[in-house]
Design a protein around this ligand. Structure first.
Ligand SMILES: [Fe+2]
Length: 260
């Protein structure tokens, strides 16, 4: 694929470079699913990002070029969301269009994002700081239809694996890589997510939550049962304070709606 970037691309903020790359890879009319090479390109861009690149102060001394890069071009730099201020799971919305979404889930220590799926989606995730315990599955039986009260067999991909920043960005696919996952924050942590395409009830891609029931006679597999979200669970929203993003005029920025 021919990619036309401006010659001063290195002057762009890292989040702008990520957005531009997503726009090229995911918004091309007529293109099928992205190639592994394109996914790897995006994964490497994510790997170069730190909390300060998306307007979050992780409490560590900012060593890297991250802040320096963005200070040159972002009038908003210096205003950061402090990681320790998150007292519940908080979503920082950066961008959403029909083709992809970019945002950050910020966790206080001990918080759990329950087991959920990503129907027909590719998701790239970068742990920006902290440690998080991950449990993930892929369907063995066919993925559920929306609202079907589904129950199915799934294969364990990660059983209580702990990610500790800095670590490589991960990728999940519709049928592999752990399309269903749950996160429990071991320490305060944040995960930068790129979802393509985004969740959409209208397009048949709702977010569905599951209970997992181990099968004693079949280690490495579990029955997943669709469930309602726990009543006491909610995700807060916080404003994005990172470098300003210049988006494709064709993109509509529909907000990914969470409880405030
Ligand atoms: Fe997820």
């Amino acid at each position: 694929m021919a990619v036309a970037f401006p010659p001063d691309i290195m002057a762009l903020s890292k989040v702008q470079r990520l957005y531009d790359a997503c726009d090229v890879v995911f918004s091309s009319p007529g293109e099928a699913t992205p190639s592994l090479g394109e996914i790897e390109w995006l994964r490497q861009l994510l790997d170069g990002m730190e909390a300060a690149d998306v307007g979050i102060d992780d409490g560590e001394k900012q060593s890297s070029s991250a802040a320096a890069d963005d200070e040159l071009i972002s009038p908003k730099s210096g205003r950061l969301l402090p990681a320790l201020a998150f007292t519940r799971i908080t979503y920082v919305h950066i961008h959403q269009c029909d083709d992809f979404s970019i945002g950050v889930f910020c966790f206080p220590a001990g918080a759990t994002l329950p087991l959920h799926d990503h129907p027909e989606m590719v998701v790239l995730s970068k742990l920006l700081y902290g440690s998080v315990r991950v449990r993930s599955y892929d369907w063995v039986t066919a993925p559920p239809c929306s609202g079907a009260g589904f129950r199915g067999l799934a294969r364990v991909v990660a059983a209580d694996e702990v990610w500790r920043a800095p670590c490589e960005a991960s990728v999940l696919f519709p049928r592999s890589g752990g399309n269903l996952h749950a996160f429990t924050a071991v320490t305060p942590c944040a995960i930068l997510d790129v979802l393509t395409p985004p969740y959409s009830e209208e397009q048949g891609r709702p977010s569905t939550y599951f209970n997992d029931v181990p099968i004693p006679s079949l280690p490495g597999f579990a029955i997943l049962e669709e469930t309602d979200l726990p009543e006491d669970f909610s995700v807060a929203g916080a404003p994005y304070l990172g470098p300003e993003l210049t988006v494709d005029m064709d993109d509509d920025d529909g907000y990914y709606d969470y409880d405030e």
